[in-house]
Design a protein around this ligand. Sequence first.
Ligand code: DHB
Ligand code: FE
Length: 280
Amino acid sequence: MARITASVYTSHVPAIGAALDLGKSDEPYWKRVFDGYVFSKQWMRENKPDVIFLVYNDHANAFSLELIPTFAIGTAAEYEIADEGWGPRPVPKVIGHPELASHIAQSVIQDDFDLTIVNKMPVDHGLTVPLSLMCGQPQAWPCPVIPFAVNVVQYPVPSGRRCFNLGRAIGKAVASYDEPLNVHIWGTGGMSHQLQGPRAGLINAEWDNRFLDRLIAEPAALSQMPHIEYVREAGSEGIELVMWLIARGAMSDNAPRVRHRFFHVPASNTAVGHLILEEQ
Ligand code: DHB
Ligand code: FE
């Protein structure tokens, strides 16, 4: 059977992708960010998964205001890199895993979560920046990726509780796939940031670190936090953090092993948070 052996959490700041693509990762400002991922890249090489289930949000690139799925699972064989206005990032295309993705869709939809099935979806910085942070600049990504897009851009957005329970259903779906695949699940986006309005630039490092503590130790209780607290405490874009609860919900109820924890302010307008949790 397939097994989720680890979960990874990371911010997806688009300027990180630009810094990497433009050769600026050794500049002191960016080096402080990339230093937090040196261990992670080594860990990825040593613990290469067969498939990454990558929870992220699209930023009105694949889905405009004309069509807004709350949860969209990518079942395609491959995904092109989105052009976000200045050409697609120079990174490898994303190879999918249609068989496992279709199985998860079948299982999770029969478990009462209404996923949108997507067979064509350009992937934006929400997905490619986490891959770059964890894998560097390879010729090809190390394994197939199942993109799972969550609406955290246009209200109403899903609650943390729903995301956590959806993660549980995804974990159950993976565990019933009849092939011995090693699967990692990633929760991306966050941490505190607000890109617009009078509070633009808001960062709340204390709240972010408490979120990391609780995500590790008491995710079910954390999932009860209402969405308005994310917005009030972590800024309008801090709501992206509900996606981390999908990845956390997919892990077993055993206490995870914390392989890596990193927090840094600032990167562009956001606080960067990063965790690697392994199943014990
Ligand atoms: C920034 C951060 C994001 O998460 C995003 O999607 C776009 C921009 C920023 O820091 O500027
Ligand atoms: Fe974002």
